[in-house]
Design a protein around this ligand. Structure first.
Ligand code: HEM
Length: 411
């Protein structure tokens, strides 16, 4: 049965849906766990077990079209982008084995736990600097624009070894590239394409520079990464990969921290409890990833006819794997609709995906969220949501994007 036959409308970009999509997911899980939503040409997969089945089988469920813009970009736009090396094939996220296996192994060599550990003192410092600025002003703030987003961009420039002054530029480029996924007038697409092409050229120069004079940063490590029997990354690959890292890492981290703070502050007593026991912070982050996943879901395409959750899917079916729904599946998470920072099973969430595409930035994202929450608990223990603050979300199919997070504290 399709959602509309159930009397349900899949309107993921409408304000009322964005406000609370979870009753819709719950009905899908109960009544139509694998179902076609014609308006989006997507099969919605809502149960935890079915999502995991798909994520474990990259041969039948391909990632090739995961991030392809929904409508092919106009010729004039591609004419600006192609000379700068842009294609709509996103490495890693949009790759299947064996290409994915090779890239992932190379990335794993360079972006490993040791690199994340080495970043910890720098992230601490960045959090502290950004908080100094925040606390120098009025005892109220819109935390996403005034703290979380700039901080997360600083972590990104630090990781990649880009100058801190390039943070603004990267943010602008991310915003430009996101426009490829929405229908807008050609003029705006052209403006965005100029920004994206400029940024690729900038990265290309930087990669060439690191090739000549390596530093202690991720781009240099990626250039040096080797696996047995495989060629190393070339400049084109590295530029495209760097873009994917920024694209996949900046906004997701921002949304995770903002969403965590929102739920921690809106549930009475929880912020105070965390203040007393900061060991709970890590679990609170896992519970946020489960309860309100920053990545709502990802796409896969079937490479052959297949049965999933009792439904026959044709070859070429485009699936939308609803991580946000699987994460509330009662067969895995008891009282899944409750936000509970003590939940021991939270870590089984699908917030970072599962299988071969499991998030490469998971430990960095976790660390950034942990250090930010710990610093806020220490320096703004009395922080609360501003009176009347009702967080709403931007229309976005894949990401859960809070528009604002207004907070206040005693001066
Ligand atoms: C993959 C979520 C942070 C880079 C993924 C996937 C999810 C995810 C769900 C799986 C995609 C799929 O199966 O198609 C998140 C969330 C984050 C986060 C919620 C919040 C903190 C980061 C960071 C980086 C990053 C900080 C990089 C610095 C990537 C990359 C992939 C990926 C490159 C593709 C991996 C592959 O295809 O093998 N992420 N991510 N992510 N993430 Fe993250």
């Amino acid at each position: 049965m399709s959602p509309s036959q159930l009397g349900l409308e899949f309107t993921p970009l409408e304000p009322h849906f964005l406000k609370d999509p979870f009753p819709f997911y719950a009905r899908l899980r109960r009544e139509a766990p694998v179902t076609f939503a014609p308006a989006f040409h997507l099969w919605l997969v809502s149960r935890y077990a079915d999502v995991v089945t798909v994520l474990k089988d990259a041969r039948t469920f391909s990632s090739r079209d995961t991030l392809r813009p929904p409508v092919a970009l106009p010729r004039e736009v591609m004419a600006l982008l192609e000379p700068a090396g842009y294609t709509s094939d996103y490495p890693l996220l949009g790759d299947d084995p064996p290409a994915h296996t090779r890239l992932r192994a190379l990335v794993g060599k360079a972006f490993n736990q040791a690199r994340v550990n080495a970043l910890e003192p720098r992230i601490r410092q960045l959090v502290s600097d950004h908080l100094d600025t925040l606390l120098g002003g009025e005892p109220r703030a819109e935390l996403i624009s005034e703290l979380i987003s700039p901080l997360s961009m600083s972590v990104m420039t630090e990781l990649l070894g880009l100058p801190a002054s390039s943070a603004e530029r990267i943010k602008q480029w991310c915003d430009d590239e996101k426009l490829f996924f929405v229908p807008i007038p050609l003029e705006q697409h052209l403006r965005a394409a100029r920004g994206v092409a400029d940024f690729r050229r900038y990265l290309r120069e930087l990669v060439e520079d690191r090739r000549k004079s390596p530093r202690d940063d991720l781009i240099s490590s990626l250039l040096q990464a080797r696996t047995e029997g495989d060629r190393p990354l070339d400049t084109d690959e590295l530029v495209a990969l760097t873009c994917v890292l920024v694209f996949a890492g900046h906004e997701t981290s921002t949304n995770l921290i903002a969403t965590a703070l929102h739920h921690l502050l809106r549930h009475p007593g929880v912020w105070g409890e965390l203040r007393k026991d900061t060991y709970l912070v890590r679990n609170a982050i896992e519970e946020t990833l489960r309860y309100d996943s920053p990545v709502v879901g990802m796409m896969r395409t079937t490479t052959a006819p297949v049965q999933l959750g009792g439904t026959a899917l044709p070859e070429g079916a485009r699936l939308f794997l609803l991580f946000a729904s699987g994460n509330r599946d009662e067969s895995v998470f008891e009282q899944g609709e409750r936000f509970d920072i003590h939940r021991a099973s939270a870590v089984r969430h699908l917030g970072f995906g599962h299988g071969i595409h499991y998030c490469v930035g998971a430990s960095l994202g976790r660390l950034e969220a942990q250090l930010t929450l710990e610093a806020l608990l220490e320096r703004l223990p009395g922080m609360r949501l501003a009176p009347g603050e009702a967080v709403s979300h931007l229309p976005n199919l894949v990401h859960r994007v809070p528009r604002h997070l207004l907070v206040e504290w005693d001066a």
